[in-house]
Design a protein around this ligand. Structure first.
Ligand code: ADP
Ligand code: MG
Length: 250
């Protein structure tokens, strides 16, 4: 397996709290890898170290062999590490299409391509992305009036506009109903598989995790305690005790 991302002995403390302790893992191209664990396990801290938002105390993060520790989030984004489902990524007063066009402009600009009028730019490409996520019919609507699930699908289109090689999705389905969750991750799985994009995601809904993840990692108090195929991890007694046993909190 040639790894797209290699994480080695990543650690981060906040004061006396060891949020992430010597975490190592790899993600292959096109793989959907779920990172699960109870609240406070260190999942978001891991994500924040992968995309440059937080600097690790120790360890390395290699993207196709290049250590990206110390790069700013923007630089990591430019190397093809996308992050989805941050509500702030959309502009409420603009239409659905304009939001995707903005993302495309930003992407093409960093590739050094010339552009002229923002409103007309990349319209076809924007519509193709909106069609992929099932949002083309809503292209002219302002984002401010979108239903929550539709906003999430738009955010997926925006993330894809950057042609990421790796997508980081921290609780992408938070706030959604069970059916919407399965649908959104199903759509994500289908799209990223078709394009060979690797995905690292966190998710509390075990139905979604077991249905869509190729592989699972379990984090508990900053440490990886299990890793493997979903069925394998589900059968792990330590995981059942620590995590699956505590699912009532969600
Ligand atoms: P998860 O995403 O798995 O719920 P987090 O990574 O958010 O876990 O948090 C892991 C631990 O680190 C928790 O104990 C949390 O309180 C602590 N923590 C996270 N971010 C900060 C921060 N910026 N400052 C201080 N403590 C933090
Ligand atoms: Mg979190």
């Amino acid at each position: 397996m040639s790894a797209l991302l290699q994480v080695s002995e990543l650690s981060k403390s906040f004061g006396g709290v060891k949020a992430v302790r010597s975490v190592s893992f790899e993600i292959a191209k096109g793989e959907l890898l779920a990172l699960i664990g109870p609240n406070g396990a260190g999942k978001s801290t891991c994500f924040n170290m992968l995309n440059g938002q937080l600097r690790p105390d120790a360890g390395s993060v290699r993207l196709e062999g290049r250590n990206i520790v110390g790069l700013a989030p923007r630089q990591v984004w430019r190397l093809g590490v996308g992050r989805t489902f941050q509500i702030t990524a959309t502009f409420a007063s603009m239409t659905v299409r304009e939001n995707v066009q903005m993302a495309l402009l930003s992407h093409h600009r960093h590739l050094g391509r010339l552009w002229v009028r923002a409103r007309d730019q990349h319209r076809d490409e924007a519509d193709r992305l909106l069609d992929l996520v099932g949002m083309l019919a809503q292209a002219e609507r302002p984002c401010s009036i979108l239903a929550y699930g539709d906003l999430k699908r738009l955010e997926l289109a925006i993330a894809l506009a950057n042609q990421p090689r790796l997508l980081l999705m921290d609780e992408p389905t938070a706030g959604m109903g069970p059916r919407e969750r399965v649908e959104l991750m199903g759509l994500t799985a289908q799209l990223v598989k078709a394009q060979g994009i690797a995905v690292l995601f966190t998710e509390h809904d075990m139905d979604v995790v077991f249905k869509h993840a190729d592989r699972l990692m379990v984090l508990d108090r900053g440490q990886l305690i299990a890793e493997g195929a979903p069925a394998q991890v589900r059968a792990n007694a330590q995981v059942q005790a620590i995590y699956l046993g505590s699912r009532s909190e969600h």
